[in-house]
Design a protein around this ligand. Sequence first.
Ligand code: F6R
Ligand code: ZN
Length: 199
Amino acid sequence: MSTDTKRPSTFEISQAGSIVPSRFDYHVIRRLSDMEGQFLEQDAYRVLLSAEDRLVYEVYEMQRPKVAGELLHGLSIVHPGKVGNEYFMTKGHYHVVLDTAEIYYCLQGEGHMVMETPDGDWEVATLRRDTVLYVPPRWAHRSVNTHRSEDLVTFFAYPGHAGHDYVSIEKQGFRKRVVEQEGNPQVIDNPRWLPPEAR
Ligand code: F6R
Ligand code: ZN
């Protein structure tokens, strides 16, 4: 049955066991093999990948027209894990239409949202159950799961015409990275980050 996008719609989020929405149109799966070059410790990445191509994160999204005035929305689930000392995370992106915001509501787990602007400003927000995060226009964003064993589950909504630009982030990563040091999450400078004038 195809969704009539002109009608209001609902879905439920089951909190029992692993969270899966009762209805969705797209299910995006990102495994370690999809994250080539994203983690700092490349040797640890290769060792982990040769053992098992683990699931790093998933996105369930509702289909909406990709136009201004619409809101694309769904669930993002980052699974627990680390590559070396660096926590599992999403690829992260800017919106192609830079002047578009996004809102996140954390349903489960613990983590960080690493954010930065094209001008070099940055911020890292802590996410835990019931945290609402507003990502303003112009801020690239990446979710990081810092919990040892629980999924980081967020509900997100963003404008239909926003689009995703992954390339800028793929080249030099974010300015900050989240790694485990002495058992705790720490935000560190990304040694591979290049200032805008050096790119
Ligand atoms: C949409 C958005 C989230 C992410 C999701 C996966 O604009 O920010 O739905 O798409 O958390 O992360 P990426 O897209 O960076 O792979
Ligand atoms: Zn986004």
